[in-house]
Design a protein around this ligand. Structure first.
Ligand code: ADP
Ligand code: MG
Length: 337
């Protein structure tokens, strides 16, 4: 990066002199490597997520929300493992060193980083098409990370927060559906500024049997758990449909369950296959119900039980009378979309 000067840019927007670092970060930005010292006996949890302009976000998106989202989707992976954040690196490719853009981007990024005591410890900066890659580092007690592989038949299926609103906002922004302004604003907030469920993930250690975060759609991400665990699931359609918060359809969707209602069918589709929610889907043995509710309350995160794990493979979405509900609930796949 040549115009502003790569090092001036890093110093001005990404190095934060005098900012306190957690004890596990021995050395942050400025040397050839950052040095991390996990708490003795803890395991490192590492995850990377890349955001590509035109693919994961609109090129003209508000840079502050982009900064938030780039870190949020990474923290969401730590949450899904029940890990405690330690720090992150940022590899950034930028078309130009635009001070207003960088100022807003770093402000959105650091606001979320500070909330999770997760400092930026290093990275790389280059000129090129807008592209962001963050790697997060976290720690977890050995053997206590929440994995995708340990769901068992008879476990409950739970989700955090609300689902479907991000996909609803995306459809509205792409003019595929019309929404009242207030509904769009609320749904857009969910699309652009997702809340990584970091505290809930940690609270579920030792309680949940399996977990994943919902980035590509509930049934798709639950499907990863089912496949890794060699089990299937039943989802209660009437409970699932309650999970969409901002949908204009949701009020009419509530009440008596009726899949013949187009509003209910649309709401159900957003909940089951909409992506970008960054909630957690997790399983827990039935005897842990009270503990799951306490983990939710203790982390200020709503949790809803929406189904159960079955020995038979596959996912069934069931109406209240137990009959299967049919629909196209394929989840997002970058190479098929
Ligand atoms: P190197 O030449 O060894 O790749 P750089 O000159 O790219 O190192 O970076 C100098 C320092 O600035 C390093 O500590 C690096 O981690 C940090 N850094 C570079 N880009 C970023 C960025 N986008 N965010 C945070 N730190 C960065
Ligand atoms: Mg470099």
């Amino acid at each position: 990066m040549s115009n502003v000067g790569e090092f001036e840019l890093i110093a001005r927007y990404f190095e934060r002199a005098g900012h306190p670092l957690p004890t596990q970060v021995v050395l942050g930005i400025g040397d050839d490597c950052a040095l991390l010292q996990p708490t003795p006996g803890m395991q490192l949890a590492i995850s990377s997520d890349m955001l590509v302009s035109g693919r994961h976000f609109f090129a003209d998106v508000d840079p502050a929300t982009l900064g938030h989202k780039a870190l949020a989707v990474n923290l969401s992976d730590l949450a899904a493992c029940g890990a405690t954040p330690l720090g992150f690196t940022l590899a950034l490719s930028l078309p130009a060193a635009d001070p207003a853009w960088l100022q807003a981007f770093s402000q959105g990024l650091f606001a979320l980083a500070d909330r999770h005591h997760c400092p930026l410890v290093g990275g790389d900066t280059t000129q090129g098409p807008l592209n962001l890659c963050i790697t997060v580092f976290g720690e977890t007690p050995p053997g206590q990370a929440l994995l995708r592989s340990d769901a068992r038949a008879g476990d409950d299926v739970w989700v955090s927060g609300t689902l479907g609103d991000a996909a609803l906002a995306l459809d509205a922004l792409l003019s595929r559906t019309a929404l009242p302004a207030a509904t769009l604003a609320a749904a857009r907030q969910r699309l652009e500024q997702p809340t990584p469920r970091v505290a809930l993930g940690q609270a579920l250690r030792g309680i949940a049997s399996a977990a994943a975060d919902v980035s590509d759609g509930l049934l798709g991400d639950l499907g990863h758990i089912l496949k890794r665990s060699g089990v299937g699931a039943e989802i209660d359609a009437a409970l699932a449909i309650e999970l969409i918060a901002a949908s204009a359809d949701s009020t009419s969707a509530r009440g008596s369950f009726d899949t013949a209602s187009p509003a209910q069918a649309a709401a159900l589709r957003y909940v089951l296959s909409g992506g970008d929610d960054y909630e957690l889907v997790f399983t827990a043995p039935a005897h842990q119900r009270e503990a799951v509710l306490q983990a939710g309350a203790g982390s200020n995160t709503p949790v809803t039980r929406i189904g159960r794990i079955t020995a038979a493979a596959g996912v069934q979405v069931l109406a209240p009378d137990g009959t299967p509900v049919r629909g196209d609930w394929t989840s997002f796949d970058h190479f098929k979309a």
